[in-house]
Unconditional design. Sequence first.
Length: 113
Amino acid sequence: MADPDLSELGLSEPGLSGADLRALVPEGAAQVFMEGDEQRALTLLRRARDAQPPGTVPWAVLERLAGLVLIHVLREVEGTFALERADAVLDAAGQPRPSLAWLEAGAGEAGER
């Protein structure tokens, strides 16, 4: 199946690779999450999300990660709504859905830089 042209809808983000998406995650967010400071990680992710235009792939990546953190701290309803909003954008743009494992893997990559 051919990829749909979503540029008119503002949903496609040409040229966004995994590295580009990982660069959206605020420095330290993964590390503080792994250290158990989920609230700080959530704050960092939300601030970064709010700096992105709503409905774009960068916004959706950060919204999804924030939703996963919310679910992790047992705020399932808020987290589920965040995932629904983010996944719709990511799926329409043909982008993968980041996970908490993806977030944690970014902490290791940041330490190698």
